[in-house]
Design a protein around this ligand. Structure first.
Ligand SMILES: [Fe+2]
Ligand SMILES: [Fe+2]
Length: 380
C-alpha cells in the first residue's frame, strides 16, 4: 500500500508520541502483518553426518553427565540468528550417550522424540517403560511424561531428538520439573532415574497389530491427548514400506506412512506428524509446497531433495530442513537401491487451525491447488 505524502507526514508526526503511549499505527506495519503468502524464517539447510559426527567427539569425549544434564548439539538454522531451533516450531538435536550413562529424570511441557542412528542399547524410560532402541527405532515422550535416558550397550549411541519446544516457547508455556519422587504416599523418596514398571516391549506387544487394539485395562495412558504406544520399531516400519512398494504412493512423497496413535488413528502427539517414506530406485517426486515445516533424517540409501531450486544431496544419517512454503521434491537417483527418509513436521497444528494449504507447480510453471485454502476456495 502506498501512502500519500500528506498521510505519511501526518503519521510520522505522531509516530513517537504513539510509541510513548504504547501504540502503533497499523498502516506503518501493515506490510509485516498482512502478507499474501507465508514467509518462513527457517532457511533450507543440510547437516552432513560426516561433519556432524566429529563435533560430537570433539565436544563431548570424556565429559561426564555429572557435569552436564544432556550431551546434545542443537541444530541452529541460520534463519534464526544463532537460536537453537531448526524451524519456527521445531527443535532438532543430536545426542550422545556413553555405556553406563544415567541421564537424570525430568518432564516438561514440550513433546519430545528420539530416533536412534548409531549404536544399540540406548534407552529412554518413559513413565516406567524402558524402551531400548536399535537403529531407526522411534521413541516418543509426550508432554508431561517423566523420562530419563541411558545406554546399556557396549559403545556410544547417537540419536536425533525432535521436540516442539520452539512452538511451546512462542506460547510462553515452557515448564520443566526435576523433582521426581517414587514410593507409596507418605514414604516417597527423591530418585535420579525411574524404576522400570512395565514389562519389556510393552508398547510393541500391546499394539502389535495395526487395526487390532486391546480392550482391557489398565491401558489408560494417553487419555486421548497422545499415543499410548511409546516405541515404534524401524524393522516393522521398513517392512510396511516394503509391503506397500507396489502402490502408486504419493506423487510428492513416494511411499509415505505416518506413525499414529493406535487408538485414535491421529498423530502420536497433537503438534507433530512423524513419518517414514520410501523412495524407490529412480523415483522422482513432483514439486510441491505447503506452509508446514519439516525436518528430515536419511535412514537408508542416498538421494537428493531440491528446495527452492537448490539441490541438497543426502546420505545416511544426514539431517535437513525443508521450511514451509518452499518448493521441494525428492529424487532417488539410484537405479537399484531404495532410499528411506524419517521426518517430523508441524502439520497437525496447521490442520487443527484450518490453515493448511498445498500447491503443486507443474513443469510448465502453472500452479495447481492440491489442498486449497480456504477449503471452499472459489475456482476461476
Ligand atoms: Fe526431556
Ligand atoms: Fe512436502
Amino acid at each position: 500500500m502506498t501512502l500519500s505524502p500528506a498521510t505519511r507526514a501526518r503519521l510520522d508526526a505522531v509516530k513517537d508520541g504513539l510509541k510513548a503511549a504504547n501504540l502503533v499505527d497499523f498502516a506503518l506495519v501493515q506490510n509485516e502483518l498482512e502478507v499474501a503468502e507465508p514467509r518462513p524464517k527457517a532457511v533450507p539447510c543440510l547437516w552432513k553426518w560426516q561433519d556432524l559426527k566429529p563435533w560430537l567427539g570433539k565436544t563431548y569425549a570424556g565429559m561426564s553427565l555429572a557435569e552436564v544434564h544432556r550431551r546434545t548439539l542443537a541444530l541452529a538454522n541460520p534463519g534464526f540468528g544463532g537460536r537453537p531451533v531448526a524451524t519456527t516450531t521445531l527443535f532438532m538435536s543430536i545426542s550422545m550417550y556413553f555405556p553406563g550413562d544415567e541421564a537424570g529424570v525430568h518432564r516438561h511441557t514440550a513433546n519430545a522424540s528420539r530416533f536412534l542412528l548409531e549404536g544399540s542399547g540406548g534407552f529412554t524410560n518413559v513413565a516406567g517403560e524402558k524402551l531400548v532402541m536399535g537403529r531407526g527405532d522411534l521413541v516418543i515422550t509426550p508432554n508431561g511424561q517423566w523420562h530419563d535416558h541411558g545406554n546399556d550397550g557396549a559403545t556410544p549411541i547417537v540419536w536425533v531428538n525432535v521436540l516442539d519446544v520452539a512452538l511451546v516457547d512462542h506460547l510462553n508455556a515452557v515448564m520443566t520439573e526435576w523433582d521426581y519422587r517414587e514410593g507409596p504416599p507418605g514414604a516417597r523418596v527423591d530418585r535420579r532415574t525411574q524404576s522400570v514398571l512395565a514389562p519389556a516391549d510393552h508398547s510393541a506387544h500391546m499394539f502389535a497389530a495395526g487395526g487390532v487394539v486391546p480392550r482391557f485395562g489398565p491401558e489408560t495412558r494417553g487419555h486421548g491427548h497422545h499415543s499410548p504406544m511409546f516405541i515404534y520399531r524401524w524393522a516393522k516400519t521398513r517392512e510396511t514400506l516394503n509391503l506397500l512398494r507396489g502402490e502408486a504412493g504419493s506423487p510428492y512423497d513416494g511411499i509415505v506412512v505416518e506413525y499414529t496413535d493406535p487408538l485414535s488413528g491421529q498423530s502420536v502427539v497433537p503438534t507433530m506428524s512423524f513419518r517414514a517414506q520410501l523412495l524407490r530406485p529412480g523415483e522422482e517426486t513432483r514439486l510441491h509446497r505447503h506452509p508446514t515445516n519439516t525436518v528430515y533424517c536419511a535412514i537408508e540409501g542416498s538421494g537428493t531433495t531440491e528446495i527452492d531450486g537448490r539441490a541438497f544431496a543426502w546420505d545416511e544419517n544426514d539431517l535437513f530442513v525443508v521450511p514451509g512454503w518452499t518448493w521441494h521434491r525428492h529424487l532417488n537417483k539410484s537405479d537399484r537401491r531404495d532410499a528411506c527418509l524419517y521426518s517430523v513436521s508441524d502439520l497437525p497444528l496447521h490442520q487443527k487451525l484450518g490453515i493448511y494449504r498445498e500447491q503443486e507447480r507443474k513443469a510448465d510453471g502453472t500452479i495447481f491447488e492440491v489442498v486449497p485454502w480456504p477449503r471452499w476456495r472459489e475456482q476461476e
